[in-house]
Write a protein that binds this ligand. Structure first.
Ligand code: GLY
Length: 393
């Protein structure tokens, strides 16, 4: 498995299709393990990470029925400090904007308060650290919060990273580790003797590889040539995100991530050390549409304003929409498919930035040893092919 069967200059041990943060971390880790690695993407370092806020919210984004995913999320969050330090070094000194600032999830009315109380109880049952605060205690921590805040959960372990810097550093680390980057779109998977054997790119290049990793985010289900039973069931889930700027005179505007559920929608404000304040995000099932809409911007500003009225004073510097790779159970697809030689690293949905360190480690182990680490086994892509077969039986 460690050497290419192909011999030619266009052959490698591993071909990664997709150069978002998940494809890049997979390629970087594979190359660090000594595998000859190529990656194909027309815009490496692009994708959903250019839009994402970068919350590492394993505890505050816990949902009922997702306790297995929680284990994966918590494990990846724990790897972040060492991962960030290693990537900074491997990229030649790039700062990822990793900030151990914690998160405050607040309630604006009695319904929100009940919801947060239930989340707190679930967090405690799962052995997670979070502390209930009164509205006054919340405002003492974050004086810009609205006077009407009714209470909140302080989660000191949910941090943040800047996803754009993360993507840029991963691309640099890949290049420094010898990953061959092809700036073209993979059009078709090559299958030879019932095995994935490479891909044809839209510039006519044919790449051959012993193992192929499909890590194309929300586009992962659209690669031609993948047999039906191996096509990942991912779909795009649109998120609109705003970026405001906090002038130095207003700093520190917020000292940690502040979030709430307002009228059933999540809104969060993520303050960066460089003065950027990210406000996200809508969640819309609209196919491939990435239009920034007046309605989306209005709802985000309205909800963020209820939480932190002073945001209306800040310059609005960017509005953008991206596509999360949603999966049927909100959890990623990590591991081999039913087609030998084809692996998936996709479907990370709301947790792509958080799961980047762990995904890199899991995929590198799979690519070098042929074995998926224990922690990632519940996230086998085959969980969907099995249930599909059963439901059709
Ligand atoms: N994890 C935040 C989001 O997907 O909006």
């Amino acid at each position: 498995m460690h050497s290419s069967r192909n011999g030619s200059g266009k052959g490698s041990d591993v071909l990664v299709i997709g150069g978002g943060i998940i494809g890049l971390v997979t390629a970087w880790r594979a190359a660090r393990h000594g595998l000859r690695t190529a990656l194909a993407d027309p815009d490496p370092g692009g994708g959903a990470a250019r839009v994402a806020a970068g919350m590492l919210a394993a505890v505050t984004e816990l949902h009922y029925g997702e306790e297995t995913l929680l284990g994966l999320n918590v494990a990846s969050a724990a790897r972040y400090p060492a991962f960030a330090a290693e990537l900074t070094e491997a990229s030649g000194g790039m700062d990822l904007g990793y900030r151990a600032c914690g998160t405050l999830a607040v309630a604006l009315d009695a319904d929100d308060r009940l919801h947060l109380r239930e989340l707190h109880a679930l967090q405690r049952r799962c052995g997670l650290d979070s502390e209930w605060l009164t509205g006054r205690e919340c405002r003492r921590l974050e004086p810009m919060l609205a006077p009407g805040v009714r209470g909140g959960l302080r989660v000191d372990g949910d941090h943040q990273v800047d996803p754009r810097r993360l993507a840029t550093a991963l691309l640099a680390a890949c290049e420094r580790a010898g990953v061959v980057i092809h700036r073209a779109r993979a059009e078709r998977l090559t299958v030879t003797a019932d095995r994935a054997a490479g891909a044809l790119l839209d510039d006519g290049t044919e790449l051959r590889a012993d193992q192929v990793v499909l890590a194309a985010g929300s586009l992962s289900g659209r690669l031609a040539g993948v047999p039906a039973e191996a096509v990942p069931p991912v779909r795009p889930v649109k998120g609109q995100v705003l970026r405001l700027a906090v002038p130095p005179a207003y700093a520190p505007f917020l000292s940690r991530t502040v979030r709430a559920v307002v009228r059933g929608s999540h809104v969060y404000l993520v303050p960066r050390e460089n003065g950027e304040l990210v406000v996200g995000a809508t969640s819309e099932e609209l196919g491939w549409d990435t239009t920034v809409t007046a309605g989306g911007v209005y709802e985000l500003l309205r909800d963020a304003h209820e939480l932190v009225p002073g945001i209306t004073e800040l310059p609005l510097v960017e509005t953008r929409a991206g596509l999360r790779p949603g999966s049927p159970d909100n959890a990623p697809l990590l591991g081999p498919t039913d087609l030998p030689g084809l692996h998936l690293a996709t479907g990370h949905y709301r947790n792509g930035v958080l799961l980047t360190p762990l995904t890199g480690d899991v995929m590198a182990e799979l690519l070098t040893t042929g074995t998926v680490p224990e922690i990632a086994r519940p996230f086998s892509p085959r969980r969907f092919s099995t249930s599909r077969q059963e439901s059709y039986a």
